[in-house]
Design a protein around this ligand. Structure first.
Ligand code: SF4
Length: 482
């Protein structure tokens, strides 16, 4: 596994290096661009079906705001109702605790094989590594996650984790790892994965899933998938563990309906996700299937600190991935370059907040602040404003890179002094004139060189605006006086 594909960092990620490598990979760039545009266009096309999409998005945001303001109350209600239906609830303050709780459950259940649905929270805590180290066989059952498990890679997108791979890549991987003849036909590849995974489902002792939403008033967990693997994970094995971040709760079933409408449309441009599973407690005597034993693990891991901070609105996120698909930076880089579990716009906010701002101080800077993420977000999370807030904290606490801080100090001095500004502009104009061809500069020296590495810089106007304005005004005055 390359460093760009690991998420937990003992040392600071080298974003400059990973983003340079990603930009140099033309095949990755075109695969990401095509896939994200397709998903973004799908979202744009289906949203008008909501009638007044902005009103529904604001309703969704209000539901989450109300829930977050009363999180203690709704978590208590959720726990009571899960227990009332025969489930066992565990609280984990840290990722380490969540790993220990789940490993202990697997040990007590004497599990050997564990089938797992897609879960970004489990990625956060590198759950597979912990379970495998404890001797359990873990099979990812979401097709994208299964491909990544075979490849030894991490997700590059929070909804479509294998977005960075082409079907040819997957054909080669299956031929190498599963010993089948090479094919790039998606149907054939899916049939192969289905055969392998059916056997895993048949023999698994334990299932693990994430949770899209947990309904407090009933103790019901909602898990959405497009492949039915979530349904198999929750219904087939004897023991089931569902892992959720503490912000995933919604108060009532009617609130869930709003969230489901927004999630499917924003994530994949679908009216509704193919399999929307609602699960309330373990199997009852009259039930045809379901787990005999059900555990819900509710994890904090930095979320209560976010709730108490100026960035609490980031907890409204329903992990739809729309901000990733809309983001011009993510489209160019793909997910691995961010070197964090959550890539793209929302990742730039929550990764430093959930972990360490100094360690991830590159993430708030990796944005053009174009606001495409804010425009796309069904939960109306103002990501650009949060990125500015984080940048401000970085500067105030001297955690921003030295070059960045000095650069902005120089910029502030230049912008607040007429003398420095006009002479700086004059030097800039002369310099660019020497370096440009046909009005465009393709190469800048020293610290300015990254700007022209992937784009050209337009030349400055031959005369500054204030001089042109003064001349124009003079001409107009003369004309008026004639
Ligand atoms: S921030 Fe908004 S758009 Fe991005 S994943 Fe979360 S809910 Fe979706």
């Amino acid at each position: 596994m390359t460093q760009a594909q690991t998420h937990e960092h003992a040392t600071k990620p080298d974003f400059k290096r990973s983003s340079t490598l990603a930009l140099a990979n033309k095949r990755l760039g075109s695969a990401m661009d095509a896939a994200t545009r397709r998903q973004d266009n799908g979202r744009r096309a289906i949203m008008p079906e909501l009638g007044d999409p902005l009103a529904i998005r604001e309703l969704g945001a209000r539901i989450k705001n109300h829930t977050l303001h009363n999180l203690d109350r709704y978590l208590t209600q959720l726990v009571e109702n899960v227990r009332r239906h025969g489930g066992v609830v565990h609280f984990a303050e840290t990722g380490e605790q969540a790993r220990e709780i789940i490993t202990d459950i697997a040990r007590q259940a004497k599990a050997r094989t564990i089938v797992k649905g897609k879960s970004m929270v489990s990625e956060e805590i590198e759950l597979n590594d912990a379970l495998e180290a404890a001797g359990f066989e873990v099979a990812e059952t979401d097709l994208g996650e299964y491909i990544l498990q075979l490849a030894g890679e991490k997700p590059s997108h929070i909804v479509t984790p294998v977005l960075h791979k082409t079907r040819e890549d997957i054909g080669k991987l299956f031929a190498e790892k599963l010993g089948i003849p090479y094919t790039s036909d998606p149907e054939e590849l899916t049939a192969v994965a289905r055969r392998v995974l059916r056997e895993k489902f048949r023999t698994a002792d334990m299932g693990i899933t994430g949770v899209n939403f947990a309904v407090a008033e009933t103790g019901t967990l909602c898990i959405v998938t497009n492949e039915g693997n979530g349904r198999m994970c929750t219904s087939r094995p004897r023991v089931l563990v569902s892992l959720m971040g503490m912000e995933k709760v919604v108060p009532r079933m009617v609130d869930l309906a709003v969230m489901l409408k927004l999630l499917a449309k924003s994530a994949t441009g679908q009216r509704i996700t193919c399999y929307t599973n609602l699960m309330t407690g373990p199997k009852r005597p009259a039930d045809a299937d379901g787990p005999e034993e059900f555990h819900l693990v509710i994890m904090d891991r930095g979320r209560s600190s976010i709730l108490a901070s100026d960035y609490w609105e980031a907890l409204r996120c329903i992990r739809c991935g729309a901000c990733l698909n809309a983001c011009p930076v993510y489209r160019k880089l793909g997910g691995h370059a961010y070197e964090s579990v959550y890539p793209g716009p929302i990742g730039k906010v929550i990764t430093p907040l959930l972990t360490d701002l100094a360690m991830y101080n590159h993430l708030p800077q990796a944005s053009s602040l174009c606001e495409a993420c804010f425009e796309a977000c069904p939960m109306r999370i103002n990501i650009p404003a949060m990125l500015l807030g984080l940048r401000s904290t970085l500067v105030r606490t001297k955690q921003a890179p030295l070059g960045w801080r000095l650069g902005f100090k120089g910029w502030r001095m230049g912008m607040s002094s007429h003398f420095l500004y006009s002479w700086g502009a004059r030097f800039g104009r002369w310099g660019l004139r020497l370096l440009s061809k046909n009005g465009w500069t393709s190469w800048l020296p020293g610290p300015f060189s990254p700007w022209t590495q992937y784009r050209d810089l337009p030349g400055m106007a031959p005369r500054p605006f204030h001089r042109r304005w003064a001349n124009l005004k003079k001409e107009l005055d003369e004309e008026a006086g004639r």
